[in-house]
Design a protein around this ligand. Structure first.
Ligand code: MIG
Length: 894
């Protein structure tokens, strides 16, 4: 094994218990006791290394393993070990009172002179307002997140009184208070959408930019990127400081990514605020009082964007116009993946992939963790790993892609080309005295590339062929907080410098991962220009969605963590990151058959679906391939992963929609049903795309669950076809193999045959699954080649299917190509009438037995035929040649 065993941790593992929060008493008494008793020593748990001596990989590992034992075993210790340490609250007695003097109209807004400060209130578009306060004479802040600062030239109507300066566009009115600077945003009807709280205002307190806003009791908050806890963040204290938080608690304040964007939802509608500040920032979301919230940062400039609604979708569309959108991912990245830290040697990867194929559980990619490297040196291959070319060939022949992990830390070592080149060129983060900063990660003492520099990024990007030449298809970015085993609070000291000494770690920390992602993305693009690049990263800042997917790091195999994945993913989606997922089954600790089964069910509806598990100090950990925990779990995996694969046309379409307007794929109910106040706090149900609602079972032992059906629609049970009206909570039986799924009545859902991997078969037949609502249904389908960038030049097709029911009960189904640009292989489409078939209309009309269905086509009847009637499931399938636009389905006896 690449990971040497450590006796004490092996013992810990042998107690056979998951290292779960709340399970501490189950741990071996000796270890639990040791952890409790050593509490005051936690700060020194990371032995201070002799600065003159480099750490070997073994020594670095020992330090990290000790930390992990503590993190996994004891919550208090965990909190302490990751506390950023510089979370200094705002001193409310020292807030500024900025009085506006001269006002100068600019083409996009107004410039305000406020003593030694300047205020700028500018329109990015009619509905997006940028508010800046800076020291006079400061150069403009250059954002990494924002792609377009001036989206549209807008016409502004201005008026001024002795106390206010007002600007009005077609979307929003901004009223600026002059006696003490503050902004109030009003909608077209003159209602206040969002206003500064003039008791506190905004400005700087000892270098900390801050903004206080009023809130009403009924206001809810969403977004904030990657967060633990529930969906609605009202009442929460949130911090942004990218943290390598192994075995994080299900309510941890700091985990990996920092996306300082949120949406407020109240009776006037939704609005968004993007606080574009990369320093450690904090958000008190009505956590101190019911009538205000505020946000502030430890440094940097005060820049935020107010984004008008009133729909949550408007906010997200405008936020992603500002910071960019996710690109259409390669279709294989929407398949299923398997991973484990500890697949070694490389032949193990092959065995696992074969295991999937033998058991007919679809699989698209195997991940290679740090085990493949030579002594954890990045961009190398270990001698004992095996012949990677051969491994890759075999995987390819099975239709399996490979993803390789890549860490930023570069081992300090003479003779290692990367280490020598980076040192010669001066590419590392530096100490204040200009010397290279030396931290430690898995390979031992290490340097950290300064990705904030374009030349360093280009150099790093140039290394990617070391991986892609061996068949690597996608990159998994880890440790880019950046994590440092010997640094204070597990990262680099705050005074480490970047950008040739012009920037400090305080400013770069939260965007280190962002820049690492850019370098990697560009490297992949360069190495394989025609392929869509697939990168997923542990760390992000606003704007990272332009380059990568997000995964939520070192979660734990317990029920709290399964529950947590849902609001975490939904809030990431509401923060512009549609491609998000979590280690299925949990990373740390042992999963149980029931937990794994439920996690696979729910994970089959995660945008990024990957099983991954730990081996860091548990060499004999319970394995987490879907067949490890008994045949029932294996069957469940086959059933749900297959369902994921049949839904790929629909899921591709959902991603396409995301590229167009930033909408999430795993959507919070509130995103679609914001006027239904019952959904505001629902954290355990979500919409998958626009039409499918999933209600995973996330409670141990549960055999049923309550499901809320949003108002305004009927809902059709995916499994039984039963129809329910919206605006009620129902109880759904959910034995271990059933995850409740509902379709919004009135939807057409595109599916295809199950493949063992994407691209196994040509896409020659699509099924339009019709779920009528009031006799009607509609849906869209997006189709492209699934892998190249040609879609960006228009090489894609979209189809719109509309179903209507006539008074005589017959249905007409019309399918139109709404965009043509891709040479489709589709030969036929199936119309699958599913569920309750109220086609006869009228009250009390008898249900038609599907077996009596008859068809005719208005275009031509030739080639249109019933291929299946299934009385048990109450479905009829009609196959239609692709060029037949309209089909009428009449039912006999009516
Ligand atoms: O310091 O590469 O979150 O998924 O298996 C730990 C080994 C480094 C942390 C990642 C985890 C991965 C592990 N990594």
């Amino acid at each position: 094994m690449t990971t040497p065993e450590d006796q004490s941790t092996t013992q810990l593992r042998r107690s056979g218990t998951p290292f779960a929060r709340g399970r501490l008493p189950l741990l071996t008494a000796g270890i639990a006791l040791a952890c409790t008793l050593t509490l005051p020593m936690i700060a020194s748990a990371q032995p201070t290394p002799d600065p003159d001596k480099d750490l070997t990989a073994k020594q670095a590992q020992k330090i990290e393993r000790e930390r992990r034992v503590q993190l996994a075993a004891n919550e208090a210790n965990a909190q302490r070990a990751v506390n950023p340490g510089d979370e200094v609250p705002l001193d409310k007695s020292k807030l500024q009172n900025l009085k506006v003097g001269k006002t100068t109209a600019t083409s996009d807004g107004v410039k305000l002179e406020m003593g030694s400060f300047v205020g700028l209130v500018r329109f990015v578009s009619a509905d997006v307002v940028k508010v800046t306060i800076q020291a006079a004479g400061q150069p403009a802040y250059k954002s990494v997140a924002v792609v377009k600062d001036r989206i549209k030239k807008v016409s502004i109507k201005r008026s001024k009184s002795s106390s206010t300066y007002t600007m009005k566009t077609s979307g929003v009115t901004v009223r600026i208070a002059l006696n003490k600077f503050g902004v109030t945003m009003l909608d077209k009807a003159g209602r206040v959408i969002n206003a500064d709280d003039s008791r506190f205002g905004s400005g700087y307190q000892d270098g900390k930019p801050y903004v206080f806003k009023k809130t009403d009791k009924g206001e809810a908050f969403y977004g904030f990127g990657e967060q633990t806890k529930g969906l609605n963040k009202r009442g929460d204290s949130i911090g942004m400081w990218n943290t390598d938080h192994y075995a994080y608690e299900a309510d941890a304040k700091y985990i990996y990514a920092s996306i300082p964007f949120f949406t407020g939802l109240k009776s006037t509608g939704a609005y968004g605020i993007f606080f574009d500040n990369t320093h450690h920032s904090m958000y008190e979301m009505a956590s101190e009082a019911d009538d205000y919230y505020y946000f502030y940062a430890n440094g940097g400039e005060l820049n935020y964007y107010f984004i008008n609604g009133p729909k949550m979708g408007d906010v997200l569309e405008r936020y992603t116009q500002l910071t960019g959108r996710y690109q259409q991912p390669p279709e294989w990245s929407l398949g299923w993946e398997q991973s484990h830290w500890g697949y070694f040697p490389g032949s193990k990867i092959l065995d696992v992939a074969k295991g999937y194929r033998e058991r007919k559980i679809p699989l698209d990619a195997m991940n290679m963790d740090i085990d493949y490297m030579d002594g954890w040196r990045v961009f190398t291959w270990g001698k004992n790993w095996g012949d990677q070319n051969q491994i890759d060939d075999e995987l390819e022949s099975m239709g399996v892609k490979t993803i390789a992990i890549n860490d930023p830390g570069v081992k300090k070592e003479s003779g290692y080309w990367l280490s020598e080149e980076g040192t010669d060129k001066g590419y590392w983060a530096t100490n204040p005295d200009g010397s290279n900063y030396e931290g430690a990660v898995w390979p031992g003492t290490a340097y950290f590339p300064d990705f904030s520099r374009a030349d360093v990024r280009a150099w790093w990007a140039g290394q990617l062929p070391k991986l892609t030449d061996k068949g690597v298809d996608g990159i998994w970015l880890d440790m880019n907080e950046p994590a440092d085993f010997v640094g204070p609070n597990h990262t680099l000291p705050l005074n480490v410098e970047f950008s040739k000494g012009t920037k400090q770690h305080t400013e770069i920390h939260n965007i280190y991962g962002f820049w690492n992602t850019v370098a990697t993305y560009e490297g992949l693009k360069k190495a394989k220009p025609n392929d869509r690049a697939f990168v997923f990263s542990r760390d992000m800042y606003a704007g990272s969605q332009r380059y990568a997917a997000l995964w939520s790091g070192d979660n734990v195999s317990n029920w709290d963590h399964l529950k947590l994945t849902l609001p975490l993913n939904m809030n990431a989606g509401l923060s512009g990151v549609p491609h998000v997922g979590n280690d299925i089954g949990g990373f740390v600790g042992d999963t149980t058959p029931e937990l794994f089964a439920r996690w696979i069910e729910s994970g089959s509806f995660a945008p990024f679906a990957r099983v991954h598990y730990d081996n860091s100090f548990q060499p004999d950990q319970q394995c987490q391939e879907p067949w490890c925990l008994g045949s029932e779990v294996e069957d469940i995996a086959r059933r749900y992963v297959s369902l994921r694969y049949s839904l790929l046309p629909y899921t591709n379409t959902a991603f396409h929609n995301s590229t167009k307007d930033g909408r999430p794929v795993q959507q919070a109910l509130v995103y679609q049903f914001q006027n239904d106040s019952a959904v505001r706090n629902i954290s355990d149900q979500f919409m998958w795309g626009d039409s499918i609602m999933v209600a995973p079972v996330v409670t141990e032992g549960a055999t049923s669950r309550e499901v809320y059906l949003p108002q305004g629609n009927d809902w059709i049970d995916w499994w039984t076809g039963e129809k329910h009206s919206g605006g009620q909570t129902i109880t759904k039986a959910a034995p271990l193999d059933v995850m409740p799924i509902y379709v919004k009545a009135g939807s057409v859902i595109s599916t295809r045959e199950v493949q063992q991997h994407t691209g196994q078969n040509d896409f020659t037949n699509v099924a339009f699954n019709v779920f009528l609502g009031n006799g009607k249904a509609s849906g869209t389908l997006y189709e492209d080649d699934g892998k190249t960038e040609a879609y960006k030049k228009g090489a894609y097709n979209t189809y719109a299917t509309t179903v209507t029911t006539k008074s005589n009960g017959s249905m007409s189904v019309s399918t139109k190509k709404t965009h043509a640009g891709y040479a489709s292989k589709l030969k036929t489409y199936d119309i699958v009438l599913r569920g309750d078939l109220p086609v006869l209309g009228g009250s009390g009309a008898a249900k038609v037995s599907p077996t009596k269905a008859a068809i005719n086509s208005s275009a031509s009847t030739s080639g249109v035929r019933i291929v299946k009637t299934d009385a048990k499931n109450n479905t009829v399938t009609v196959r239609v040649p692709i060029n037949t636009r309209n089909v009428t389905i009449a039912f006999e006896g009516k």
